[in-house]
Design a protein around this ligand. Structure first.
Ligand code: NAD
Length: 418
């Protein structure tokens, strides 16, 4: 099967099978969870501005909907594969279950480089892709959200295309929309803030005080990294280093967040930031610091550099930044690892809040959303840490055990039809 050609899917599957064995998962349930429930492959014709029709492949994978309608992002990237999409859909299933959302897991993708399309080409591609998915999506069925290469304008076009088809405005069909169309306040802050809620709890567990003597470094200064930096700085911690794909900056006395924002916004790098030394990604990962947040890409800490990591708390803001073989090395070094499916769950929790607000037609202020996010993150962290202690397993294994266990429980209760 095509899924098996993706190393990412193979990895996710292996992780699932390991955990299935640990929790003594019913073999019939395990068999069903080894592959997605439903997969749609489409080829999307798009008339380009020069009148030539290009065809882009697209996918939507609904991995499992035992707990509720499926939820997961849509990615626009030229190199995305069906196997990668299925792996991400599987991880969304465990993540949504872990944090207690009444949602299944899904993921979608269109194999296109959005930066090479004009605005009208992007709009035509999005509308036709939405049409191809129309039988699969809906506020009660499957609710897409933005992922890599997709912005809120794309989600607005998806919402509009779906609404035209059903004959009524349907904001609940997608999340990540502009606020004017039923998008939610606080969505931009949610993932980074969620990472920091976890860090606060991890610090408490290991007796670390968060003040000006607590140093932190961040890989990636996009949505997740910059918001995590803001939240840690607000707690009084000292921001000593940050890198992006275009290098980074270091100052042991502390970096000035406002100047970093300005510099990154204007130039897309920290070259104009004067009050610090240049630093590479490799150096940042090996930096002596209390907290390291990985908020860039997958596969950053591997078996080759795990020995050099010197932080006390390592938070996975990105998906899969620590590889499976590096995991035990990090744990042996006594580092408190906050796994991605827990640490970055603030993103999907905020998406869930947007959907709830849309279908209720009742909107919350930012304080209300932050309060609710904090409650869910705190509860999920405590449950994971407790399971990790009682079962003597890592935080990652505990998080997966809980997520998979909840999906399995729902499947057993629902039974098999017919
Ligand atoms: P983004 O595109 O806004 O920012 C990514 C940042 O990472 C940029 O600063 C970029 O320069 C940097 N980067 C890219 N490659 C790098 C490299 N090799 N070394 C150092 N820096 C590098 O993305 P984002 O929304 O902040 O997401 C970051 C990660 O978190 C992604 O893996 C994403 O899948 C994951 N994630 C995001 C959300 C969310 O709500 N945005 C939710 C869950 C998970």
């Amino acid at each position: 099967m095509k899924l098996r050609q993706s190393p990412f899917f193979e990895n996710a599957l292996k992780q699932f099978l390991d955990v299935a064995e640990k929790i003594n998962l019913d073999p019939n349930i395990a068999e069903r969870l080894k592959s997605p429930e439903r997969t749609l492959i489409v080829n999307v014709p798009v008339r380009m501005d020069n009148d030539v029709v290009n065809v882009f492949s697209g996918f939507r994978v609904q991995y499992n909907d035992a707990l509720g309608p499926s939820k997961g992002g849509i990615r626009y990237h030229p190199a995305v594969t069906l196997g990668d999409t299925a792996a991400l859909a599987m991880l969304m299933t465990w993540k949504n279950a872990l944090v207690g959302l009444p949602l299944g897991g899904a993921k979608g993708a269109l194999c296109v480089d959005p930066t090479r399309l004009s605005r009208s080409e992007l709009q035509r591609a999005t509308r036709r892709f939405t049409m191809e998915l129309i039988s699969m999506i809906g506020p009660d069925k499957d609710i897409p959200a933005p992922d890599l290469g997709v912005n809120e304008q794309v989600m607005a076009w998806m919402m509009d295309t779906y609404s035209q088809q059903v004959g009524a405005a349907s904001p609940g069909v997608v999340t990540g929309k502009p606020i004017a169309l039923g998008g939610s306040l606080y969505r931009h802050e949610a993932t980074g803030r969620g990472v920091v809620f976890c860090i606060e709890q991890a610090a408490e567990k290991i007796g670390m005080t968060l003040d000006e003597n607590t140093t932190f470094a961040i890989q990636g200064f996009g949505n997740v990294g910059s918001m995590a930096a803001k939240a840690l700085a607000k707690l009084g911690c000292r921001f000593i280093s940050v890198t992006t794909s275009r290098g980074g900056v270091y100052n042991s006395k502390g970096l000035k967040l406002d100047d970093l924002y300005r510099c990154y916004k204007e130039h897309g790098s920290f070259k104009c930031y004067k009050d610090g030394e240049q630093i590479t990604n490799k150096e940042l990962l090996a930096l002596e610091c209390d907290i390291l947040v990985l908020a860039a890409q997958a596969g950053q800490i591997t078996i080759d550099n795990a020995e050099h990591v010197k932080c006390k708390i390592l938070a996975e803001g990105a998906n899969g930044p620590v590889t499976m073989d590096a995991d035990p090395v990090i744990i042996d070094r006594g580092i408190f690892l906050l796994p991605d499916i827990l640490a970055n769950a603030g993103g999907v929790i905020a998406s869930y809040f947007e959907w709830v607000q849309d279908i209720q037609r009742l909107f919350w202020d930012a304080e209300e959303i932050e309060r609710r996010l904090k409650k869910i993150m705190h509860r999920s962290f405590e449950q994971t840490v407790n399971l990790s202690k009682t079962q003597k397993v890592s935080m990652r294994t505990a998080a997966l055990m809980r997520g998979i266990g909840k999906v399995a429980q729902a499947m057993l209760l629902r039974g098999l039809y017919p």
